[in-house]
Design a protein around this ligand. Structure first.
Ligand SMILES: Cc1ncc(COP(=O)(O)O)c(C=O)c1O
Length: 418
């Protein structure tokens, strides 16, 4: 027998192993100031490319006022209790109805956190007889939801439609034997790469296979499609999406999430989704604030246009300078460089300390060994000057990398004033 605490102390985990030098700098960094492209890190001004504040709503004056007014009127406690027991309000219902209508579904259900909700939605939709099929690069919350499923589970190679077809053939056999159904889950926009889930091709497969499709459009909501309703709108396949999910953590610059579908399916979730039935309702300022954010998304399309102006300028500029930015079709912009983890740490420190650029790095196992991903998140709040400066800095840093300025073996673990 082992003492659980002794085991934990000896196994810090894949990220925790770097805690000693990474904590507070590479991980858990503290950005100070009003949310936006220009904040302070380590006491210095930095140009920030790490925030999912896609539409810049975090600091929109109307949004700030709606949040503050609701906090003043209701406090953070109201309503008390779970929705089902004592925590429902007409505003919660108004918000979910408006969100559902926006994404073209008959009914919606508000949920407290996207991550928890996705786990719980998957758990609630599936019976042990069902077969679940997910894209291999799905977000952790999808994987964790799938882990709850005690029936058959399959994954298909990321965005590989031939592989999905093969998996669906096998899944169909299992479902026929077990007497269950098939749920396919993918994302609208993949948050690490900016690639789009091939929703059009997946929906087209409904001609050949019987399945229901659940999409996590966390990154597409507010950014994709003519009206900003998301990636399904971008592809024109709204009707082919059976269950539509998105979080408020990105374009909505808030907390909370929603799921939308047919009335009977949402009612099933309302009465059976454990993360909602057994948890407190979303506080009033979040709900009132979300209503305001949704209104802005619907009435100020120029904000989304600005996001795309900045995004196109950044991606075009990087491509013209020969950077590999993968297959992004969204605002998420990965920049892939060849190098070691040690080099990645030095680049990040150099950028933050000497060039005043704050971006996040993504390393193995999310990207292959020997690849460094620097992930840029353009927002509507960035300017074209921000873009120009950043492309210039990236070019200088790449030149230094090519010249061997950054050591291949020495992790930059200097604890710089933090
Ligand atoms: C694809 C995806 N799904 C779900 C979530 C979780 O949402 P939340 O932050 O609301 O818990 C995230 C990250 O925020 C995400 O990127």
């Amino acid at each position: 027998m082992v003492d659980i605490f002794t085991r934990i102390k000896g196994m810090p985990g894949p990220l925790g192993q770097y805690q000693e030098f990474a904590d507070g700098y590479y991980m858990f960094p503290k950005l100070v100031g009003e949310i936006g492209p220009h904040m302070k890190f380590n006491g210095k001004e930095v140009l920030v490319w790490s925030l999912n504040n896609y539409l810049g709503l975090a600091n929109d004056p109307e949004v700030r006022k709606a949040d503050a007014d609701a906090a003043a009127q209701y406090g953070m406690a109201a309503p008390m209790g779970a929705r089902m027991m004592s925590g429902d309000t007409v505003y919660h219902q108004e918000l979910e109805q408006k969100l559902a209508a926006f994404v073209g579904k008959p009914k919606g259900f508000l949920v407290n956190f996207g991550y928890q909700a996705m786990i719980s939605i998957i758990d609630c939709l599936l019976s042990p007889r069902d077969v679940v099929v997910v894209d291999k690069e799905s977000h952790a919350c999808i994987y964790d939801g799938v882990r709850m499923h005690i029936g058959r589970k399959f994954s298909f190679k990321h965005n590989d439609m031939a592989d999905l077809r093969g998996v669906l053939t096998r899944a169909t056999k299992f479902a026929e034997e077990s007497g269950g159904g098939i749920l396919v889950i993918t994302e609208g926009v993949f948050g690490m790469s900016g690639e789009l889930g091939k929703l059009d091709e997946i929906v087209a497969m409904k001609k050949d296979f019987d399945f229901r499709l659940l999409i996590d459009d966390a990154h597409g909501f507010g950014t994709m499609g003519k009206r900003g309703t998301g990636t399904a709108e971008h592809f024109g396949v709204e009707d082919g999406i059976d269950v539509h999910f998105a979080t408020f953590a990105k374009s909505m610059a808030g907390i909370g999430a929603f799921v939308a579908s047919e009335k009977e399916i949402i009612d099933h979730l309302r009465f059976n989704m454990r993360s909602q039935t057994y948890a407190k309702s979303l506080p009033m300022p979040m709900v009132m604030g979300a209503l305001k954010r949704l209104e802005i998304i619907q009435t100020r399309p120029e904000i989304r246009e600005k996001l795309w102006t900045v995004t196109r300028a950044l991606q075009k500029g990087l491509r013209e300078k020969g950077f590999d930015i993968g297959k992004t079709e969204a605002n998420v912009t990965p920049v892939f460089l060849s190098g070691t983890v040690a080099q990645a740490t030095q680049i990040v420190v150099d950028m933050r300390e000497n060039y005043g650029i704050f971006c996040s790095m993504v390393l193995y196992p999310v990207v292959p060994k020997g690849t460094i991903e620097l992930r840029l998140i353009p927002t509507a709040a960035h300017s074209l000057e921000d873009v120009e400066r950043t492309i210039q800095v990236f070019s200088e840093v790449r030149e230094k990398l090519d010249k061997g300025v950054y050591s291949e073996t020495e992790i930059n673990n200097q604890r710089i004033n933090f």
